[in-house]
Design a binder for this molecule. Sequence first.
Ligand code: ATP
Ligand code: ZN
Length: 300
Amino acid sequence: MANKEQRIRVAVQKNGRLTDHSIDLLERCGLKFTRSKDRLFCFGENMPIDLLLVRDDDIPGLVSDDVCDLGIVGQNVVEEKRLQREAEGRDALFDKVYDLNFGHCRLSLAAPEERPFEGPESLEGVRIATSYVGVLRDYLDRNNITADIEYFSGAVEIAPRLGKADYICDLVSTGGTLKANGLREVATLLESEAIIIQTRAPLAADKQALVDKILQRLDGVLQVRESKYIMLHAPRSALNEIRDLLPGTEAPTVVPLDGADDRVAVHAVCRENVFWETLENLKAAGASSLLVLPVEKMLA
Ligand code: ATP
Ligand code: ZN
């Protein structure tokens, strides 16, 4: 069922941690969708780009098999599916095209608090519960360890308490769930965030052009998230010091102030958040009338 249509199809998680962020990002790129909570398909109203809403585990396969042109999914799931396909002797036919800077988490090994851990050698002969069989097996192989991998499709963290495993290997973000289950993180196997993957099947030129356009808009959307527009007045003599204090700025615009030869207005886009400390330092350097504004859109 290769996607030979003229329209672009993007696979997005139907119902989970990545769903709202993924759809929000695409909407900020100017796409509009007819949404319905329990539908699998969202039709793109203003561009030939539609969404397919599926379980996150299915996304790498759908993109690899060219049912969808793009997919938004956690790096953790992508890596697991890549290793699973590899173990079956099949290539994963997709490439990462973008890091999205949300959905941050890590795949970690955790042990009951009282259990000593002195490095991968401590895993020899133990039982480890996980949904990430591929990544865990790869880690054990690379460390020449033989251990029993117990597959759990969910609720991995209760396996040690049920006597089903000695360790677990699961996703962690704050560590709160581990703590609540008397577990402690002992090693990180993988750092993850949400990414966009694209099928390796070549796209028709106009489809590829549209994909490139969306990626360029995404670039703008992600950059402005942290960016601020800053305006201030300053003595001309303090310009160098003020330039150095502006976070993540290339070349600020310097405008003369009417009726004041020695003072100028400085306008700049800061590509990092502007904190109170920065404003206080700018003021100490002679700046006044400081104003920080959010940036809505940016096109480099
Ligand atoms: P599905 O029904 O789509 O299979 P799921 O239960 O596998 O859903 P979610 O729990 O919604 O998935 O997590 C989706 C993704 O969110 C994870 O694969 C991971 O990339 C990311 N994520 C970020 N923080 C966490 C976390 N603390 N625990 C689990 N996943 C996290
Ligand atoms: Zn899942």
